[in-house]
Ligand binder design. Sequence first.
Ligand SMILES: Nc1ncnc2c1ncn2[C@@H]1O[C@H](COP(=O)(O)OP(=O)(O)O)[C@@H](O)[C@H]1O
Ligand SMILES: [Mg+2]
Length: 200
Amino acid sequence: MSEPSVTSRQSLRKSLRQARRALSADAQQRAAQALQQQLSEYLPSHTKQLAGYLASDGEISLLPTLSWCHQRGILTSLPVIHPFTGKHLLFQHFSHDTAMTRNRFNIEEPALDSTAIIELTAHDCLLMPLVGFDAKGNRLGMGGGFYDRTLAPLQQLRDGTPRPLLIGVAHDCQQVPVLPIEPWDIPLDVIITPTQCIEL
Ligand SMILES: Nc1ncnc2c1ncn2[C@@H]1O[C@H](COP(=O)(O)OP(=O)(O)O)[C@@H](O)[C@H]1O
Ligand SMILES: [Mg+2]
């Protein structure tokens, strides 16, 4: 039998994923624009390299944000499932002419090109999608632990070593009063939604 916290995380994921999938195309578009506006005000002015994602499953879209980055000369990358471990993410350069493929979750990702991989610590900012969040900045993901596993080495870096700002992004309807968290969950620096900016 699974532990109660596992069960509640799973049932929360299910209802929160349903809620975001239920948003209309128009609501999604407005949310994506509002998020771009929020991020344009929040991102540090020195940002040169930003990791994003391509939305699926009702996630808030970063397309306006990625276009805004490209207009300003901010380089962008997207996650790619690690070809060897299958459990970690690599980040690969992304621009309008990047060859794309679909991974085992049917999510679009850049076709693997080892020359285009951007090291995690070479990023100034990393935007990651949330299934759920609370006002304390706890994050619930899709349940695969991909970001937790990939970001775990950052916890070992010495103070002062450059590391990306970890920014969770979500629709406002992904917020819950309290999230059950686990020891391996990596804390975020900030959560940004179309209407909120929760700094931690
Ligand atoms: N640093 C890590 N090393 C190994 N396994 C991990 C690590 N972080 C998370 N996991 C595994 O990933 C699984 C999913 O993690 P969870 O936090 O529930 O998912 P998500 O963050 O996607 O919501 C957990 O069963 C956990 O054991
Ligand atoms: Mg987690």
